[in-house]
Design a binder for this molecule. Structure first.
Ligand code: NAP
Length: 241
């Protein structure tokens, strides 16, 4: 039986971890919730770059590395590919496809924070749903704007902004109510491709609200890539009967 190190941080990774036996290890960065009811082993926190991860692989006798991290977590994915190559073991990855714009959508791709701020200029009430990054810029909110930032942890933000702490999944009804309450005129989002957070896009379409979509980072080539967790699980059964 090959010993697996599963790098997680998204719902699909947790679902895979729940199916792993006691000899395997599930790893989390430690920013979100840490499950306490897994059969497999767990570790929490960074490895110390690709070198640290390669050392961990050697030390623990890992034979297969599975990268099931978030599509925007590019650093750990790069580290995973490098560390696996260095340790001489295969690296597999779950690469969730992005959402696709459909009729009625007004999506505008942005590449980084400066291009996002430039694209936001014509709007007054943006809703940010791309994590904590906007929190570092709350002191730069232009005079004509009020920001709402939804991320894992809420915090007081003064009169010019609201920071909502919430964790998906978000229902269609709740997203509809949120957009109506905020009267937001633009949505800012990553293209995570997650079913848990896609309802906001439907509400943006319904309300004719444009969406500024942060471009996906490029991710390294790996030995095997899967677009769905179930396909990855089936391949694990074949490789690890
Ligand atoms: P990142 O920039 O790629 O990673 C930053 C550092 O965090 C890595 O270099 C690594 O530290 C550590 N790390 C990340 N994932 C880890 C894991 N599964 N196990 C152990 N260490 C890990 O990632 P990020 O964007 O900050 O995201 C951090 C975590 O949150 C990821 O696991 C990701 O799956 C999850 N997440 C990210 C997003 C997002 O939008 N970026 C959204 C939802 C969930 P060392 O270099 O010290 O090993």
């Amino acid at each position: 039986m090959k010993r697996i190190l599963l790098l997680g941080g998204i719902g699909e990774a947790l679902a895979l971890a729940r199916r792993l036996g006691a000899e395997h290890i599930y790893s989390l960065a430690g920013l979100g919730k840490v499950p306490e009811d897994l059969t497999c082993q767990m570790r929490v926190g960074g490895f110390g770059g690709a070198e640290g991860l390669a050392d961990f692989i050697h030390r623990e006798g890992i034979e297969l590395l599975v990268d099931a991290t978030h599509p925007y977590a590019a650093q750990i994915s790069r580290n995973a590919a490098r560390a696996a190559a260095q340790a001489g073991i295969p690296c597999w990855a779950l690469r969730r496809p992005g959402w696709m714009a459909s009729a009625g959508d007004d999506w505008r791709e942005v590449f980084d924070w400066p291009s996002l701020i430039a694209a936001l200029a014509p709007f007054q009430r943006p809703l940010f749903t791309l994590g904590r990054e906007p929190l570092e810029h709350l002191h730069e909110i232009p005079a004509h704007q009020h920001w709402t930032v939804r991320c894992l942890q809420g915090q007081p933000a003064g009169e010019r902004a609201e920071v909502i702490g919430a964790r998906g999944p978000f229902s269609l009804e709740d997203e509809r109510a949120l957009f109506a309450r905020l009267n937001c005129d633009v949505l800012v989002s990553k293209n995570s491709g997650s079913a848990a957070t896609e309802h906001k896009l439907q509400i943006a379409r319904e309300r004719g609200v444009p969406v500024l979509v942060l471009q996906r980072p490029s991710l390294p080539a790996v030995d095997r890539e899967f677009s769905e967790a179930e396909a990855l699980w089936q391949a694990l059964q074949v490789a690890n009967p």
